[in-house]
Design a protein around this ligand. Structure first.
Ligand SMILES: Cc1cc2nc3c(=O)[nH]c(=O)nc-3n(C[C@H](O)[C@H](O)[C@H](O)COP(=O)(O)O)c2cc1C
Length: 336
């Protein structure tokens, strides 16, 4: 109830400002206020995935903490893992503001951030500074000015730099807000990407005697045929996991509502069924060979369970936090 009161105030503020205000509050206060809701310790529900041990199945999705500045505060909410990023090799400002819009009646969000971030070197410093001992995934992308044909190099630069600091690395080829990025999900570009990142992983594994799993994050706007193709290639190249899904360009589910016409990727409740369907198709085609991290529209215990029933080993959340607050994390973890 308390969060819904706070939410009323937060929703009076422009969404990007509200996001940073909330995170800063959590950091400054070291979430003392939220400790009020966390009197009962969140149970440890360990689970193995990608060869790593997670404290529980629920993680913070990419985009909440792009620069890894709030790892300690987010970890205190109870998340089993935190995916920071997307970061790019060089810092960049992203798309013009405003670039986050709420679709309140449908618990949706449209964003067109465009990988605003302070770069991979800054993220490494922040990870070094954090004292969180749990799983940190690092989500990486390409710089705006890098041509798509040369973009694989951006991923390789990031993998090289982050390898020693990440528990796993997520390759983001599915953000709709970077021109042509999604082209990396198809044909020769996709195969070339998988081949080169696996080669890099092998080299670094040998060099550091540490295996860091690599996951590929995909879009919810792929057809069944495309998903079957992707599944085959993920198996062929022994990719460690697939994250399904990023935001959708299909705004039909919110048409007519305020902000539905805004440019960008749609997340939250309107994405829920679409991403669950993608997970089901992947699950059938991956045949338990590659784990799925399910994300998209989780806003309740039931929707979290549905993702797991459809084949997700782990799950992540972003928009649900905005609409239901941090207590949702504990509620979900207790029930899954
Ligand atoms: C404002 C905002 C920024 C996001 N930024 C990123 C990002 O940088 N990288 C990424 O892979 N996904 C990003 N996402 C997508 C989320 O990680 C997630 O895949 C998507 O929102 C679906 O989950 P949800 O419905 O729980 O929000 C972003 C989402 C939102 C709402």
């Amino acid at each position: 109830m308390f969060y819904y009161f706070i939410r009323k105030l937060l929703f009076l503020i422009e969404p990007e400002k509200a996001h940073f205000l909330t995170l800063k509050y959590l950091k400054i206060k070291n979430i003392n206020l939220f400790n009020f809701f966390y009197k009962n310790r969140i149970p440890s529900k360990k689970i193995k995935c990608m060869g790593l041990t997670f404290k529980n199945k629920l993680g913070a999705a990419a985009g909440i903490d792009k620069n890894g500045e709030y790892i300690n505060s987010l970890s205190k909410l109870g998340f089993g893992f935190i995916e920071v990023g997307t970061v790019t090799p060089l810092p960049q400002i992203g798309n013009p503001k405003p670039r986050i819009f709420r679709i309140i009646p449908m618990e949706g969000i449209i964003n067109s951030m465009g990988f605003n971030n302070l770069g991979i070197d800054n993220l490494i410093n922040n990870i070094k500074k954090s004292n969180f001992k749990g799983i940190i995934g690092v989500n990486i992308g390409k710089n705006h000015n890098t041509r798509i044909e040369e973009s694989i190099n951006d991923y390789l630069i990031c993998i090289d730099k982050i390898y020693c600091y990440a528990s796993y690395i997520a390759i983001n080829i599915s953000s709709p807000n970077t021109i042509n990025l999604r082209n990396l999900q198809y044909g020769i570009l996709f195969q070339d990407l998988l081949y080169k990142i696996k080669k890099k992983q092998k080299e670094l594994h040998k060099k550091y005697l540490k295996y860091v799993p690599i996951a590929i994050k995909i879009s919810p706007d792929l057809s069944k045929k495309e998903l079957i193709y992707i599944s085959k290639k993920l198996i062929k190249y022994k990719i460690d996991a697939v994250i399904a899904t990023n935001t959708t360009l299909d705004h039909s589910l919110v048409s007519g509502l305020k902000n539905s016409f805004q440019k960008g990727g749609l997340s939250g409740l309107p994405l829920q069924k679409k991403s669950t369907n993608i997970i089901s198709i992947l699950s059938k085609n991956l045949k338990n060979e590659i784990p799925i991290i399910g994300v998209g529209g989780i806003n309740s215990i039931n929707s979290a369970k549905e993702k797991i029933k459809s084949g997700a080993t782990l799950i992540q959340i972003y928009s649900g936090l905005v609409y239901h607050g941090p207590t949702l994390v504990k509620k979900i973890i207790n029930e899954i």
